[in-house]
Design a protein around this ligand. Structure first.
Ligand SMILES: O=C(O)CCC(=O)C(=O)O
Ligand SMILES: [Fe+2]
Length: 179
């Protein structure tokens, strides 16, 4: 993150922007399904978080969408490894220096699977997300208008399964060509 956001990132922004984040844990349990057909067990989505830290068990199945090639890439489980994923709030706050990758879970075997996701995110109280000028950088276009975390959560809930593009861009993006 330091590399992408500059040297002073921690001193300057951590306290003011992210110290009021909350952590939530979600335990995902995928039950066996009486079939050996491949299924999408967790549909494609981006996380409503600043940062997500994910543990998946040895079964695997997590896939990330590659931005460049527009294809799904398997994230192979590694013993003792956690996956750090950027969420939508961080994508907007960083003016897309950091990207919230689309991901999903595809199961090929008829076995149970378990994953544990820790979401580091703005709490249930409402707050405004707005990329600081220094993060946008001089001469760069601001890609998001300021938005409320509460309204974004409501937008995601009300549009579950309906959004074709990038949800955070649909909601707060300012450039038509970005959609
Ligand atoms: O089960 C997984 O590996 C992914 C879970 C996930 O993407 C989530 O909980 O947001
Ligand atoms: Fe996720």
């Amino acid at each position: 993150m330091k590399l992408l956001l500059g040297d002073n990132f921690e001193n300057k922004f951590y306290e003011s922007e992210f110290s009021k984040c909350n952590g939530y844990i979600r335990i995902n349990r995928y039950a066996p399904r009486n079939s050996n057909k491949e299924i999408e067990a967790f549909g494609k989505h981006t996380d409503i978080s600043c940062v997500t830290i994910l543990f998946q068990d040895e079964i695997g199945g997590l896939q990330m969408k590659s931005k460049r090639r527009d294809e799904w890439i398997d994230v192979k489980p590694l013993e003792d490894a956690l996956l750090v994923n950027i969420g939508d709030f961080m994508q907007a706050w960083s003016n897309e220096r950091l990207r919230s990758a689309e991901h999903r879970v595809v199961l090929k075997q008829n076995v149970k699977r378990f994953s544990l996701a820790f979401f580091w995110t703005f709490g249930d109280d409402d707050r405004e997300v707005y990329a600081p000028r220094e993060v946008v950088g001089e001469g760069n276009t601001r890609l998001y208008k300021p938005f409320s975390t509460k309204e974004y959560r409501a937008f995601r809930e009300n549009n579950y399964g309906k959004i074709v593009g990038t949800p955070i861009r649909e909601f707060a993006g300012v450039l038509e060509s970005q959609h």
